[in-house]
Design a protein around this ligand. Structure first.
Ligand SMILES: [Zn+2]
Length: 244
């Protein structure tokens, strides 16, 4: 990697970056021990790329089995030209394309779609618990949205993931998504002591941008990906944050 080029791509230090500088770098083997399967729970299509597209690349290179569980097919209503089934197929294809753009072999990353109703997961938590209990294993490391992320869907998935991992004896790692936008670094709700950060190198960053560009907005929850990225969204591209 060209260090100068990479450093030029990093946002200027200030605000959230100062807090990030204090956070421990992620130790991949501690986060996902060798031989363990990593399961990513995405409340909405595309969440997995924004939250952990860099981590997925790293785990793929290290040969981990990867499982993506896409809980809903997105929040937008199908257009008049497409049926709900057509909309679901389009979202699944879009998700597959963005994972391909991350450079992850699809034979390595299995995908399951939950087809839960987006925007209403908090009212489907019992059904989601049953569904996840069928697909998770005690040895999994389960990456879920953070339980205090500020999005009702994300928080519901995080809560159910916690219940499942406790019941199974699996390990849960939480990922903030909306929290990057809605909170300041001084917000006492952010558990910085649990935070670990993954800084993306130039190759991982390029692939993540490439994957995000493949996502048509009709399959994504509102504001999940905003092309007019502000400072906090730029940070989200350069670093991935995990609460362990
Ligand atoms: Zn989402």
């Amino acid at each position: 990697m060209d260090a100068k080029t990479a450093s030029e791509m990093q946002p200027r230090l200030g605000g959230p970056c100062r807090q990030l500088a204090l956070i421990e770098d992620v130790n991949i083997d501690a986060l996902v021990p060798p031989g363990r399967r990593a399961v990513i729970l995405a409340a909405h299509p595309g969440d997995e790329v924004l939250a952990c597209g860099g981590l997925l690349q790293l785990l793929s290179h290290r040969g981990h089995a990867l499982q993506l569980i896409s809980i809903t097919d997105g929040q937008a209503a199908p257009s008049r030209q497409s049926s709900p089934e057509g909309h679901s197929v389009a979202c699944a294809m879009e998700s597959t394309d963005s994972l391909r753009r991350l450079g992850i072999p699809l034979v390595q990353l299995k995908t399951i779609r939950g087809r839960f109703q987006a925007g209403d997961i908090e009212n489907q938590e019992n059904a989601l618990l049953d569904f996840l209990m069928r697909h998770l294993r005690p040895n999994d490391v389960v990456f879920s949205p953070w339980r205090s992320d500020g999005s009702a869907d994300h928080e519901a998935v995080g809560r159910v993931a916690q219940s499942c991992t406790v019941l199974l004896g699996a390990q849960q790692v939480e990922m903030p998504l909306n929290a990057w936008r809605g909170t300041s670094v001084d917000d006492p709700r952010i558990p910085w002591w649990r935070a670990r950060k993954l800084a993306l190198d130039i190759t991982a960053l390029a692939r993540k941008r490439h994957a995000m560009n493949s996502q048509a907005s009709h399959c994504l929850a509102p504001k999940t990906v905003d092309r007019n990225t502000n400072e906090r969204e730029q940070l989200q591209l350069h670093w991935e944050l995990f609460f362990v």
